[in-house]
Design a protein around this ligand. Structure first.
Ligand code: ZN
Length: 161
């Protein structure tokens, strides 16, 4: 008997996808419409998925699909070719995209989708609740996702090398 994805327990398929409520999906739908109308270079993904572009920096485009999956579209480090868009299960990549999108789309509630601080973690001492760093230039567009907590807002001491 073969293993069918349909028989996988829910916990398997939801470990890395985010839970998006209907109100937020309604807001994201408006953003998607605007993004498609503005002909962003990543239209291909936007047209074929119910999704919004969270961020598109340094050649990495990250999308949030309304089913809670995060899609990464980047370049192959060796060949330089565009890779096919794919669902990522890397929590750091997911947090990076979500925190960037919260800032760029001015939807701070997106950050609520990320995992809550576990009991064995402590709040990030580098960014506080902000999850982003502003560079010293005072330019409000000059910011980066906190490299210490990767945008999660917390760190677990035992995983820091
Ligand atoms: Zn931080």
């Amino acid at each position: 008997m073969s293993i069918d994805d349909d028989y996988a327990p829910d916990s398997v398929s939801t470990t890395t996808s985010l839970t998006i409520g209907p109100e937020l999906i309604a807001r994201l739908s408006l953003v998607q419409t605007q993004q498609i109308a503005s002909r962003k270079s990543s239209n291909e993904v936007l047209l074929h998925n119910d999704a919004v572009l969270l961020t598109n920096r340094s050649g990495v485009a990250i999308f949030l699909r309304f089913d809670g999956n995060v899609i990464v579209w980047d370049y192959d480090g060796l060949s330089g070719d565009r890779r096919d868009p794919r669902v990522t299960e890397d929590i750091e990549q997911i947090a990076f995209g979500v925190v960037s999108g919260a800032k760029e789309l001015q939807l701070p509630e997106l950050r609520e989708l990320l995992p809550k601080q576990p009991e064995n973690a402590s709040g990030c001492r580098q960014c506080g609740p902000e999850r982003i760093f502003y560079n010293s230039s005072q330019d409000p567009d000059e910011w980066t996702v906190c490299p210490f907590c990767k945008g999660l807002g917390w760190t677990v001491d035992s995983i820091i090398c």
